[in-house]
Design a protein around this ligand. Structure first.
Ligand code: IDP
Ligand code: MG
Length: 154
């Protein structure tokens, strides 16, 4: 099944929202394939946010993402990338729809609670960026036959 990378950003740690955000993904039916806490550094962030390095806000984004350790999560499920992006909401939390994570928990464009991979290809690249192979687990969820129809389980 498809995998995607989520980062619970320092804003989520500081504001005590880790449990509530993680709970949303589990309630949705996504499987946790990997999860750990780590301190990000400039090297990994320059790679991860390569599309933003020339933007004026990049220095504050870097500082924000290194302010505390983060929690990185690999979620797995059918169309996981699209599902998680929809649950996340648009970048600016003030504009994100109510019901989305950013829309319900955030007030900021920068301090916007979570990162979520934006394409299937980037999902694969980002999971490899943040996890070693032996940190991603393959196992069956007993709830799977109640979560998906048989034609969706491939
Ligand atoms: P995304 O997180 O919704 O995919 P990206 O454009 O990939 O949005 O930007 C990555 C992160 O950079 C955002 O989540 C946000 O934290 C930060 N960011 C993006 N645009 C701005 C901005 O205009 N001001 C401040 N921070 C920004
Ligand atoms: Mg992005």
């Amino acid at each position: 099944m498809e995998k995607t990378l989520v980062i619970l950003k320092p804003s989520t740690i500081q504001r005590g929202l880790v449990g509530q955000v993680l709970d949303r993904f589990q309630r949705k039916g996504l499987k946790i394939a990997g999860l750990k806490m780590m301190q990000l550094d400039e090297k990994i962030l320059r790679e991860h946010y390569a599309h933003l390095v020339d933007r004026p806000f990049f220095p504050t984004l870097l500082a924000s993402m290194m302010a505390t350790p983060v929690i990185v999560i690999c979620l797995e499920g059918k169309d996981a990338v699209e599902v998680v992006r929809a649950m996340t909401g648009v970048t600016n939390s003030r504009k994100a729809a109510p019901g989305t994570i950013r829309g319900d928990f955030g007030m900021s464009g920068q301090e916007n609670i979570v990162h979520a991979s934006d394409s299937v290809e980037n999902g694969m690249i980002e999971v490899k960026r943040f996890f070693a192979d032996n940190e991603i687990f393959t196992y069956s969820l007993l709830a799977e036959p109640a979560t998906y129809g048989p034609d969706e389980l491939n």
